[in-house]
Design a binder for this molecule. Structure first.
Ligand code: EPZ
Length: 416
C-alpha cells in the first residue's frame, strides 16, 4: 500500500512540466490493436493504468517494450482475443479493447472493466452501438463475448456523449468497410487525439471534437510515431494547488484551451492567469474568493475529473460554494475524508455545499479513488500539521509520482 506524508503550509512556487494525458494514452494503446506494424509512443508517461493496458496488450500477443518514457508496441501478430478478469477488472480502459479486437480479429472475449468507484459505470452504450453495427454480443459469466457479423447500420446514435463509447465505436469503424456516421459523440480533446493517432496510422476519421464523427473504413492501419496531448486534468490539479497555497506557478507543456472552464472559475476567485501556446502561469491572491457554484458536464463544460479538486479548493476559499456533479452518480466518496481534516461540506446525491474555512487540519486519511485522492493531497498542502494519505496507489493511476512535482514547487511532501 502506497502512502504520502505531507506537512502543510508551504506556498507553491516555480515551474513544472505536465505529462502526457492518461485518458489519451489509454485509448491510443487500445487503438494499437488495429495496427499491423510498430507504433512508437513518445513521452508515454508510466501511469499505473498505462502499465495495466500494456499488460493487456502483451496478453494478446503484442510486442510491448518500454524504454524510459518511450513505448514501442507491435500488434502485427496477435495470438489471442481474450482478456481475463484479472487483467480487465483493475481498469476502465480495458473495455476500449472490445471495438478494436472485433474490428481486427472478428471476435473478442473481454471481462467486465473496472475503474474508479464513482458510479455504476455501465457499458450499455458501447454494446448497443456495436450491436447496431452488426456485432453479435453476449454477456455471460462476467465476460462480454463478441463476434463481428454482417454490417447492419451505417449510422449510430449514442444515447449519452460517453467518452469511452465514442472511442470504442470509432476504433471499431476504422476497419469496417463503408462509411459510418456516429451521432451524439463526446467532444473531449482525448477523442480528437485518438482520431489524430489513428489517422496518422492511415485511418479516415473526420469530425472528432464535434458531436458527429464520420469514419470511412480502410483495409489496414500502419505503424507510426506519436505523442499524446498534455494531461488537462493533471494541469488543472496543479493550477488548483497553486491557487490554494497562495502560490505562483508556471506549467509547461500545458494547453489553456483544454482547461478554459476551470481557468474562468479561478479568475473569478482572484487568480491572475496568463497563457501561451504551451504554457499556463498562475499567481494566486492572498485570500481566495469562492466561485459560488460550478456544474460538471461533458466537454467543454467543467470536467467531472476536476470536481473533487475544486471541492478541496472551495473548502479554503472565502464564502460558500455549490458543486453539482452531473456526470457520475456517486462521485463524492472522498468528502468523508475531507471532513476528517475539518472541512465544512454537506452533500446529498449530486449536490455538494461547501463552506470555506480559514483553517483545516492535517489528519490520517484514505484515498477512495484517483481524483478523490488528488483532492486529499490538495487539502493536505494547506492543512495545519501533518497528513498521511493512505491508498495513494489510487493517485498513481493518473499522476506520475505526484510528490516529486509538488516537492519541486516547494511542498513538504514525501512517499513513505
Ligand atoms: C472517461 O471514462 C474517463 N476515463 C474518465 O476519467 C472521465 O471521468 C469520463 O470519461 C468522463 O469524462 C478514461 O478515459 C479512461 P463516460 P468513461 O463513458 O469513458 C455513463 C479519471 O479520473 N455511461 O463518458 O467511463 C457513465 O456511467 C477517469 O481519469 C453509461 O451509462 O466515461 C457516466 O455516468 C474517471 N453507459 C457517464 O456515462 C455507458 O455505456 C459518463 O461516462 C457508458 C457510460
Amino acid at each position: 500500500m502506497e502512502k504520502l506524508f505531507v506537512n502543510g503550509g508551504n506556498r507553491l512556487c516555480g515551474e513544472v512540466k505536465i505529462d502526457s494525458a492518461k485518458n489519451a494514452l489509454l485509448p491510443i494503446l487500445a487503438g494499437c490493436i488495429l495496427v499491423e506494424g510498430k507504433v512508437v509512443i513518445k513521452k508515454a508517461t508510466a501511469y499505473t493504468d498505462v502499465e495495466a493496458m500494456c499488460d493487456i496488450l502483451k496478453s494478446l500477443g503484442a510486442q510491448v517494450n518500454r524504454k524510459k518514457d518511450l513505448l514501442e508496441i507491435d500488434c502485427s501478430s496477435l495470438s489471442a482475443c481474450e482478456i481475463s478478469h484479472q487483467l480487465a477488472s483493475p481498469v476502465r480502459s480495458s473495455i476500449f479493447t472490445l471495438g478494436p479486437l472485433l474490428a481486427r480479429l472478428g471476435r473478442a472475449k473481454v471481462a467486465y472493466p473496472g475503474g474508479c468507484d464513482i458510479g455504476l459505470r455501465p457499458i450499455d452504450i458501447h454494446l448497443t452501438a456495436l450491436k447496431e453495427l452488426g456485432c453479435k454480443i453476449i454477456e455471460k459469466n462476467g465476460y462480454i463475448y463478441g463476434e463481428k457479423l454482417k454490417r447492419e447500420k451505417t449510422e449510430v446514435f449514442l444515447s449519452f456523449q460517453s467518452v469511452g463509447a465514442t472511442e470504442n465505436v470509432i476504433m471499431f469503424c476504422a476497419l469496417l468497410p463503408g462509411t459510418t456516421k456516429i451521432f451524439n459523440c463526446a467532444k473531449e480533446p482525448e477523442i480528437v487525439d485518438l482520431a489524430n493517432f489513428l489517422n496518422k496510422c492511415g485511418a479516415k476519421i473526420e469530425g472528432a471534437g464535434s458531436d458527429v464523427i464520420t469514419v470511412c473504413g480502410v483495409e489496414k492501419l500502419y505503424g507510426c510515431c506519436y505523442q499524446a496531448i498534455p494531461d488537462r486534468i493533471e494541469c488543472g490539479t496543479f493550477l488548483i494547488a497553486g491557487a490554494m497555497t497562495g502560490g505562483e506557478i508556471l506549467l509547461k507543456n500545458a494547453i489553456a484551451s483544454h482547461n478554459s472552464a476551470l481557468i474562468e472559475k479561478l479568475k473569478t476567485c482572484g487568480c491572475l492567469i496568463d497563457s501561451g501556446k504551451d504554457f499556463i502561469s498562475l499567481t494566486a491572491p492572498k485570500r481566495l474568493e469562492s466561485f459560488k457554484e460550478v456544474e460538471t458536464s461533458v466537454y467543454p463544460g467543467f470536467p467531472t475529473d476536476l470536481q473533487p479538486q475544486i471541492v478541496a479548493f472551495a473548502s479554503v476559499a472565502n464564502g460558500c460554494s455549490l458543486v453539482f456533479e452531473n456526470v457520475f452518480e456517486n462521485r463524492f466518496n472522498y468528502v468523508g475524508e475531507l471532513l476528517k481534516m475539518g472541512c465544512d461540506i454537506l452533500f446529498k446525491s449530486s449536490i455538494c455545499i461547501v463552506r470555506g474555512k480559514n483553517k483545516i487540519f492535517g489528519a490520517d486519511v484514505v484515498a477512495t479513488d484517483l481524483r478523490g485522492g488528488a483532492s486529499l493531497v490538495l487539502a493536505s498542502l494547506v492543512a495545519e500539521g501533518y497528513t498521511t494519505i493512505n491508498r495513494a496507489e489510487y493517485i498513481d493511476r493518473g499522476y506520475f509520482h505526484i510528490e516529486n512535482k509538488l516537492a519541486k514547487l516547494g511542498a513538504d511532501i514525501k512517499r513513505i
